[in-house]
Design a binder for this molecule. Structure first.
Ligand code: GRF
Length: 197
């Protein structure tokens, strides 16, 4: 399975995928490229360290949004992915991209969808909302990406307990370690097995 990973930040989910391919947890898969909208994202360093071609394509580099959209589409046409993984990619995807790669784009969201999802729920905000609501269980979800926000078919979920002393940062870390870094590699492996090569 040829996989391209889109990132914006620290890249710990990307790292989980890199490690999963390396240690055999993710079978029949090659990460053929990493695309970031943020040139300083540590995820780019992780790609470089793993010898994976990485590309910075940012809306800020283009006068018009349509030009950014085209640059992203062109890069993906060049990389020819079987699967696009959004791992903390903070960019709205062009609808042409979603149409062209329908059911071949997945996203990791740090809550048990349909809780705490939709626009505005990113980064720590998800965990702040979970703590504010007082849920005893949260977790992460891997889902297919469609035209909505966090609305596509759910592939995998994993629950994580919320502890009384949790701060948003502590909870985020637990959700990443115990849920995200488990189900994202698991989902890619399952898709690779379904593809059969
Ligand atoms: C993670 O919290 C993930 O759930 C969300 O964005 C963050 C990405 O973190 N999608 P990283 O860049 O993978 O470390």
């Amino acid at each position: 399975l040829r996989v391209v990973v889109c990132v914006s930040g620290g890249g710990t989910n990307l790292q989980a995928l890199i490690d999963g391919v390396r240690n055999g947890k993710i079978r029949n898969t090659e990460i053929t490229g990493v695309i970031s909208n943020n040139p300083c994202a540590y995820a780019m360093k992780r790609a470089e360290n793993a010898g994976i071609p990485s590309f910075c394509i940012s809306p800020k580099d283009y006068e018009k949004r349509v030009d950014f959209n085209q640059a992203l589409l062109d890069k993906l046409d060049e990389l020819q992915p079987d699967l696009i993984v959004l791992a903390g990619f903070l960019v709205i995807l062009p609808k042409e991209l979603i149409q062209q790669y329908r059911n071949r784009i997945i996203n990791i969201h740090p809550s048990l969808i349909p809780s705490f999802c939709g626009t505005g729920y990113y980064g720590l905000k998800v965990h702040e909302a979970a703590l504010a609501r007082g849920v005893k269980v949260t977790g992460a979800t891997v889902h297919y990406v469609d035209e909505g926000t966090d609305t596509g078919e759910i592939i995998l979920q994993k629950a994580v307990e919320v502890l009384p002393e949790d701060t948003p940062e502590i909870l985020q870390r637990r959700v990443m370690e115990q849920a995200e870094w488990v189900i994202l590699p698991g989902a890619v492996d399952a898709i690779a097995m379904k593809q059969g090569n």
